[in-house]
Design a protein around this ligand. Structure first.
Ligand code: FAS
Ligand code: PHB
Length: 395
């Protein structure tokens, strides 16, 4: 069956952070948009992902006036700790960057705030949109089709924003010869656990232990998020809560191991790590943003924040197009976004290389990694370089 065809200015594929943030910014600029999401709202909210927001990400949410809960519940962090050789070394982010900080506030909460704002504004989000397909984005009359409750719908639009993540339909709709991809797959994954227990430490601890990487993070003073590096063939059903807690404890320093409060897992999952970039990020009237265009290992807390900077560039370019009838921003989008993407990809690769144990590392490689850690904590210039990347390079 065929449904009623509609028209919008920008059709957005995906209701993750990239799609929702773009939709809200475009609305604030008076640009009409519709979001198509293949899952339902609860499914999207149930995905436990990022936890650290750069100031640029927070600033965009503030611009939308939706940060009341973020400022009430978010935790401003001035530093992180690197743990290796049984000792923790604090990286004073604020001091090293002349006052910049990060905010610990889960991606789930950012997504919830954006969904609530979109609903309050009466904007159209089609959840459970099946079989989304993109048409004629190389021409001047792009269209998006989807099926909902067995009825096929068509949306005519000026532009399509592919915000549908790494396994979405947008990038997959681009002819292979028009896209160049770059990838590095890491020989390990992260086993993550979420628990309603107080964090082991007030700041994040990134640990490089002979048994592997571990990360102690949090969502609030009462909810913690922990990760341990695991082999790629690990299966979640082989990891009881007790086994996870024992493994995490064995990778921490004495004080943290003693103070760690354990409890039942609210969520437990294994995520593989890889670096991936697709170039360019524009194909005619189709623009890719967020994970649809790039993936980073979460070691540098960049994934969600890169989605935010892509959306900043794209929303500004679309605003310029409709307000000033200028395509300059749209023409510059891909180059501009990729310049920041590749610096974040480098930092995420570097943090991953420095903090994880690679199965094929030889004695020389181990010495280099140890020297890297020693240099980072003893050279103020090296410390500042880590800090300026961690808090987020300028847009
Ligand atoms: P998303 O993947 O979040 O959203 C894309 C949306 O598009 C989804 O809702 C999806 O259902 C929808 N979609 C897909 N195909 C579609 C189709 N054909 N039609 C319609 N809709 C479609 N980043 C960090 O910074 N720190 C972390 O700790 C961290 N942990 C992560 C753990 C996992 C398991 C994963 C997969 C990612 C993690 N990330 C982390 C990265 C993550 O936070 C992303 O960077 C962030 O979700 C990017 O947001 P989006 O680009 O909106 O993509
Ligand atoms: C998280 O809290 O989930 C988190 C924090 C920092 C990272 C990765 C994940 O680098």
């Amino acid at each position: 069956m065929k449904g009623q065809d509609v028209r919008t200015q920008v059709a957005i594929i995906g209701a993750g952070p990239a799609g929702l943030l773009l939709g809200q910014l475009l609305h604030s600029y008076g640009i009409d948009n519709i979001i198509l999401e293949r899952k339902d709202r609860d499914y999207v909210l149930a995905r436990i992902r990022a936890g650290v927001l750069e100031q640029g990400t927070v600033a965009q949410l503030e611009q939308l006036g939706i940060t009341a809960r973020l400022h009430q519940e978010g935790l401003v962090h001035d530093g992180i700790e690197l743990l290796f050789g049984g000792t923790r070394h604090r990286i004073d982010l604020k001091q090293a960057t002349g006052g910049k900080t990060v905010t610990v506030y889960g991606q789930t909460e950012v997504t919830r705030d954006l969904m609530d704002a979109r609903q309050a504004a009466g904007l159209v989000t089609v959840y459970d949109a099946d079989s989304v397909s993109l048409h004629d984005f190389g021409g001047v009359s792009p269209r998006v089709c989807y099926v909902k409750d067995g009825i096929t719908h068509e949306i005519a639009c000026d532009f399509i924003a592919g915000c549908d993540g790494s396994h979405g339909v947008s990038r997959a709709s681009v002819p292979a010869q028009s896209i160049q991809t770059y990838e590095r797959v890491y020989p390990f994954g992260w086993l993550g656990l979420l628990s309603d227990t107080p964090p082991v430490s007030p700041e994040l601890i990134y640990a490089n232990h002979p048994k592997g990487f571990a990360l102690c993070s949090m969502r609030s003073p009462r909810r913690s998020r922990y990760y341990v590096q695991c082999a790629l063939d690990e299966r979640i059903e082989n990891w009881s809560d007790d086994r996870f807690w024992d493994e995490l404890r064995s990778r921490l320093d004495e004080e943290a191991a003693e103070t760690l409060v354990t409890g039942p897992s609210l969520e437990k999952s294994i995520a593989p790590l890889r670096s991936f970039v697709a170039e360019p990020m524009r194909f005619g009237t189709l623009f890719l943003a967020g994970d649809a265009a790039h993936i980073v290992p979460p070691t540098g807390a960049k994934g969600l924040n890169l989605a935010a900077s892509d959306v900043h560039y794209l929303s500004q370019a679309l605003r310029e197009f409709y307000a000033d009838k200028s395509s300059a921003g749209l023409d510059a989008y891909s180059t501009r976004a990729l310049a920041r993407v590749w610096k974040a990809v480098r930092f995420s690769w570097w943090m991953t290389s420095m903090m994880h144990r690679f199965p094929d590392t030889d004695a020389f490689g181990a010495k280099i990694q140890a020297a890297e850690l020693d240099y980072v904590i003893h050279s103020p210039i090296a410390t500042a370089s880590l800090a300026e990347n961690y808090v987020g390079l300028p847009y």
